[in-house]
Design a protein around this ligand. Structure first.
Ligand code: SF4
Length: 87
């Protein structure tokens, strides 16, 4: 069950620094998680200052669209760019 980043993301990159598999990508409006690469460790959720990250089955009703949005970002031929951890 992958983790999902919702629209509450402010792209402060705190999650990126702790992700062991580098599966957090940047679509400019927010960060997204590749559901195929996520190993469900939960490190990003603990680090998020905006409470924007949830395990897929715990995404609040008002943010359910984020599940599809995270998946859709990886359906084309080209992946979005990897998010870069803040210095
Ligand atoms: Fe990365 Fe772990 Fe978050 Fe998945 S749950 S995006 S592997 S930090």
């Amino acid at each position: 069950m992958p983790y999902v980043i919702t629209e509450a993301c402010t792209r402060d990159m705190a999650c990126v620094a702790v992700c062991p598999t580098e599966c957090i990508y940047d679509i400019q409006t927010q960060l997204v998680i590749d559901p195929e690469e996520c190993i469900d460790c939960g490190s990003c959720e603990a680090e998020c200052t905006e409470d924007a990250i949830f395990e897929e089955d715990e995404v609040p009703e008002e943010h359910k669209g984020a599940i599809e949005k995270n998946k859709a970002a990886f359906e084309g031929d080209d992946k979005p760019p990897l998010a870069v951890a803040a210095e």
